[in-house]
Design a protein. Structure first.
Length: 382
């Protein structure tokens, strides 16, 4: 039986950031992962994730985003990897839509630099976009994208360099309190530690069932299309990222052409998936799905549908209120949990790693995480 200061179960976005932060603090840390160091069975793949600061999900997130940006920059320097690119971003919709109004409220509360563009101005600046006359956009220069695979790889690379013991193809099977710490069992062995961090992604319903949270695991598809006439108008220096809400509240999000002349441009529906489990995930992208996305985006980005290149399903794991769970386990002071991030979480991985390291080593964090307490689903919080 091997002893560690901290064991981290799950080495996706949040877990990889946590092992890096813990190792940087001199902790003896063990990382356990079900798959290899790079895989497409969770939510940390697909080449890109939107990052933005004018946050329509709530102004409470903005301080975390400001710190996350600093930590992404530091991760890029420390690892030598390209993990974040700022292209600017458009939050598009009717003025009273959640996407526009919520983004504007966060930007105004926190003094974030932004512009409000009407439909003619959107079309003038960005000819690839065709908003309706009653739609506007909030433009934020500091929006852009992060690269999930590169981010995970950078954190794992640095964690190992700093002394972390990383075990791939060795998932946590069970854990139990032992003395003032925990004991973790896998198919290969048993390990003890003073603290356990559980970052399970779509395996949250299985590994954190005792929290009593009704996690929703959804299959979501990411699509790549080759624009008509080529990618030139969609290059990052000309095309920002965007989140676009229609009159019915449906949303899409998309990216510039970041993968070369034949790589196309990526687009996806936002929170419009089907219920699944990690064991039953349908990895095929169906013709009907491709046709639906091509029709929908063709009404808004006329040059984009072009030729379908590929699609990749991934899994979202969300809570009933779509806010995160980041906290010490309500019943176990030696366990920290981090889950329910999907849909808008990857941009936070660097700061969540810092928070998890704080909780595991100090029992608290200076970051504002009251919104993410799991007891909100069962115990009224004051």
């Amino acid at each position: 039986m091997s002893a560690y200061d901290v064991i981290v179960a799950g080495l996706g976005g949040m877990g990889s950031a946590a092992v890096n932060q813990l190792a940087a603090r001199g902790q003896r840390v063990l990382g356990l992962e079900k798959y290899g160091p790079a895989h497409d069975r969770g939510a940390s793949h697909g080449g890109s994730r939107v990052t933005r600061q004018s946050y329509f999900e709530g102004p409470e997130y903005v301080p975390l985003l400001l710190r996350a940006y600093d930590l992404f920059d530091q991760l890029a320097v420390d690892s030598g990897r390209d993990v974040i690119t700022l292209t600017g971003g458009l939050m598009i919709g009717r003025p009273d839509s959640r996407t526009v109004a919520g983004s504007r409220a966060s930007a105004e509360q926190w003094g974030l630099v932004h512009e409000i563009l009407d439909a003619p101005e959107i079309r003038r600046r960005y000819p690839t976009l065709a908003p309706k006359d009653d739609e506007i956009a909030l433009f934020e220069a500091k929006a852009g994208f992060v690269r999930p695979e590169a981010t995970v790889a950078a954190n794992l690379q640095l964690a190992e360099k700093r002394g972390a013991d990383l075990r791939f193809h060795e998932p946590m099977a069970s854990w139990a309190p032992e003395g003032e710490g925990v004991r973790v069992t896998t198919a290969q062995g048993s390990y003890t530690a003073g603290q356990l961090v559980i970052a399970p992604g779509p395996w949250a319903p299985e590994l954190l069932a005792d929290l009593g949270i009704e996690f929703r695991i959804e299959r979501q598809v990411q699509y790549w299309f080759q624009p008509r006439g080529g990618v030139e108008p969609f290059l990052p220096e000309r095309q920002p990222i965007y989140v676009w809400e229609d009159a019915g509240g449906g949303q899409i999000y998309g990216f510039p052409a970041i993968d070369g002349p034949e790589g196309g441009a990526k687009i996806a529906f936002f929170r419009r998936g089907t219920i699944t489990t990690p064991d039953t995930l349908d990895t095929e992208v169906h013709d009907s799905e491709i046709a639906e996305m091509a029709r929908y985006c063709g009404e808004r980005l006329p040059d984009l549908p072009g030729a379908f290149l590929r699609g990749e399903p991934c899994m979202y794991s969300t809570t009933p209120d779509e806010h995160f769970v980041i906290a010490r386990h309500p019943a176990h002071e030696s366990v920290t949990v981090a889950c329910g991030f999907s849909g808008h979480g990857f941009k936070f991985v660097t700061v969540v790693g810092e928070i998890l390291a704080d909780l595991a080593t100090c029992g608290s964090t200076a970051h504002p995480i009251g919104l993410f307490d799991p007891r909100r689903f069962s115990i009224p919080l004051e």
